[in-house]
Design a protein around this ligand. Structure first.
Ligand code: NAP
Length: 441
């Protein structure tokens, strides 16, 4: 009998770890435990709906899930149905791959007003994450301010700006599509506390903003430096040069009067206060300059009226009980992935929410190497012990075959040309399985 490994979470870090473990120790047993009935984490609920090509990796993850060594246990929540400590008594190794699904607070007065939403919640809402189906963001407003200039901010701006026709081929959730379509949103501000060179978005994503059907990108030419200065790698410099060229072309291209929406790229502005009563009416910024790479306030302030503020300032991980959790950094304390004997962290819970999907592949390979180097099978029961505990606690675990039944229903329900129509509620997913069971009996 080989190593018994439990992986908590089923996003990219989880699947790359599982695939690497299968390669490194083909006799191991790997159980992937996921809170939702659906696998793939950030790929399903984080990647923008109109970036369907990015989701192709789900095919590779499915092949891993269908490997004889692997079992998927969806709808099982560690911390609710069983504890991490219980899991550690059953498995030789437990790998935390729970990602960073929480929002970081904006941290300015008024950030608790109705109408201030974090990017994890907002993205979850338009992507059909069951936790955010009832979010109801205030889109009955002409102005939306997105704080932050990373790729998540760009995703949000683009989803708000695209027309129903531009979104028709994708799986934007019905509730979000209807709300965005009915919304009077005309001005979307993407505000960065530093300058165009420091902005975190990548060029493919930025360039896309110049090709939207009903939206003009707006940039003040005076905010753009003449050249990219400062210490950085050649790769980064090439990217920054391209970003500057794209922004310059936005600034120089006269707006198309037929396009009704605008995305304003605003630099050198740090949020200082969200304005309004119980609900958001605007946001005040302090003008900044960049010194030594940092945003420094200039003492000049301005306001942008808006009914919705989306803080796209990076994610953080939820506290994981029974681990040494670093509340300030929002990650589990670890030594290059090792948390405690037999306990590992991989992906965003290990190193914070940065990098692209492929970064987790390297992480997963590294984690698998550590598990195999550190541990020998000790005869822990692993899967049978987990199954017995879940039976005893009457937890309805979702198998990968169950998930495939849900997936088939999502594909069958899709709008013509769209890849799937997600069920935004867990109860509806479980109902699909009940119907399938009734039809088969
Ligand atoms: P991110 O890239 O770290 O960007 C966060 C943005 O928020 C930065 O502009 C940052 O400014 C700003 N910010 C942070 N704290 C702030 C504060 N207190 N006040 C004002 N601004 C603040 O994070 P992300 O956009 O959430 O993306 C997470 C990761 O996923 C990134 O690695 C990203 O590339 C990746 N991703 C990739 C894609 C894609 O490839 N298409 C799509 C989505 C996400 P500073 O720079 O000044 O800190």
């Amino acid at each position: 009998m080989g190593l018994a490994v439990a992986i908590i979470g089923s996003g990219p870090a989880a699947f790359y770890t599982a695939a690497s473990l299968i390669a490194a120790a083909p006799d191991c047993g790997i159980d992937i435990i996921e809170r939702l009935p659906t696998p793939f984490g950030l790929i399903r609920y984080g990647v923008a709906p109109d970036h369907e090509h990015t989701k192709n990796v789900m095919k590779a993850y499915s092949r891993t899930a269908l490997s004889p060594q692997v079992r998927f246990f969806g709808n099982v929540e560690v911390g609710l149905h069983l504890s991490l400590d219980e899991l550690r008594t059953m498995y030789d190794a437990v790998v935390l791959a729970v990602g960073a699904a929480r929002d970081r607070p904006l941290g300015v007065p008024g950030d608790d007003k109705q109408g201030v939403i974090g990017s994890a919640s907002f993205v979850g809402w338009y992507n059909g994450h069951p936790d955010f189906t009832d979010l109801a963001p205030n889109l009955a407003t002409k102005g939306v301010v997105i704080v932050g200039q990373g790729n998540v901010a760009i995703d949000i701006a683009r989803v708000l700006a695209k027309t129903p026709a531009e979104m028709a081929r994708f799986d934007l959730c019905d509730h979000a599509a209807a709300a965005i379509d009915a919304s009077p949103v005309a001005d979307i501000y993407m505000v960065g506390r530093r300058g165009p060179i420091e902005a975190k978005f990548t060029n493919v994503e930025l360039r896309e903003m110049g090709h939207l059907e009903n939206c003009n990108p707006v940039v003040e030419a005076g905010q753009l430096p003449a050249t990219v200065e400062g210490e950085m790698s050649d790769r980064d410099r090439r990217m920054k040069d391209k970003n500057l060229a794209s922004l310059r072309s936005f600034a120089e291209t006269p707006p198309d009067p037929a396009k009704k929406k605008r995305i304003h790229f605003a630099f050198y502005a740090a949020p200082v206060e969200v304005l309004g009563g119980a609900t958001v009416e605007g946001i005040r910024f302090e003008r900044t300059k960049v010194e030594g790479g940092n945003a420094v306030g200039t003492g000049q302030f301005f306001e942008i009226p808006c009914g919705l503020v989306v803080a796209a300032i990076g994610y953080r991980s939820a506290t994981v009980k029974d681990t040494p959790f670093d509340e300030r950094q929002g990650v589990v304390k670890n030594d290059d992935g090792r948390v405690a004997p037999g306990l590992y962290a991989v992906g965003w819970i290990k190193r914070g929410p940065t990098g692209v999907i492929g970064t987790n592949k390297v992480d997963g390979e590294h984690c698998a190497e550590q598990v195999v180097a550190d541990l020998k099978p000790t005869g822990k029961a692993g899967r049978p012990a987990l199954e017995a505990l879940l039976r005893q606690r009457k937890v309805r675990a979702i198998s990968f075959a169950d998930w495939q039944t849900i997936e088939r229903a999502e594909i069958a329900n899709a709008r013509p040309g769209a890849p799937r129509r997600k069920f935004p509620r867990v109860a509806d997913m479980l109902a699909v399985l009940e119907e399938a069971r009734a039809a088969a009996s």
